[in-house]
Design a binder for this molecule. Structure first.
Ligand code: HEC
Ligand code: HEC
Length: 168
């Protein structure tokens, strides 16, 4: 009986932290409870790269969230543009969302922002970041995807960075 009381007391002191960041105003996402898009992805611990030397897709999810947020709030890169302004026509109600670039290829409801150990390494990997960002910005500005219509005009590296990181 005493033990039960102690355990109950302990439980009350546990702070339940959710690592997930939600976009309340994101468009509704169709959730298929059976879908586990990135289940079985290699490299959950250890190296940033999987067995085949590629960065496992689930690690990129963190960066994707960072980039999407940088369209409506001050970017969290090392040297953000001091005069940063949101490139979105409507930063409150017209945000870019995963589906603008990926359609319904993934189950985004199951991809909260999560910092895996590999992220620390990749953030410092200049070539990886330049490559990922170059592809991301290209799709953002592309006529073939839905994000462009939400922008005031084309986005460049210096929209978010004080200087073009490719020159470093
Ligand atoms: C502006 C367009 C854009 C948006 C918005 C975007 N992505 Fe991406 N995403 C890309 C591009 C481009 C790549 C390919 C990068 C590469 O292969 O190196 C990618 C890659 C990925 C990958 C890795 C896929 C693989 O096969 O390696 C995942 C997972 C992903 N995105 C999830 C998300 C999530 C989750 C969101 C929303 C928080 C999101 N993306 C928003 C453009 C976008
Ligand atoms: C919409 C805003 C945005 C744009 C546009 C953008 N970046 Fe970034 N960039 C970020 C954010 C946010 C991070 C931080 C990611 C992290 O470390 O979690 C980042 C990080 C980086 C880094 C790692 C060093 C650092 O400053 O944190 C490099 C290198 C980089 N970006 C290159 C580029 C290049 C090259 C372009 C243009 C092709 C570009 N970025 C365009 C938001 C942006």
């Amino acid at each position: 009986m005493l033990l039960a009381v102690v355990l109950a007391g302990c439980d009350q002191n546990v702070t339940r932290v959710s690592g997930a960041e939600r976009f309340e105003d994101a468009p509704p996402i169709k959730v298929d409870p059976a879908a586990r898009p990135l289940a079985g992805a290699p490299g959950l611990s250890g190296d940033a790269t999987g067995m085949d030397g590629k960065v496992p897709p689930f690690v990129k999810v963190f960066f994707m969230h960072q980039f999407v947020e940088a369209l409506y709030s001050v970017p969290k890169n090392k040297h953000p543009n001091p005069k940063w302004q949101s490139p979105l026509k409507d930063p409150d109600n017209g945000r870019v969302w995963c589906t603008d670039c990926h359609g319904d290829k993934f189950d985004f409801a199951k991809m909260p922002k999560q910092r895996f150990p590999q992220v620390d390494m990749l953030e410092k990997d200049h070539d990886f970041m330049v490559d990922l960002m170059t592809k991301w910005v290209a799709r953002l500005n592309s006529d073939d995807y839905g994000a462009k219509a939400k922008l005031k005009g084309p986005v460049q590296c210096t929209t978010c960075h004080e200087t073009d990181p490719r020159d470093q």
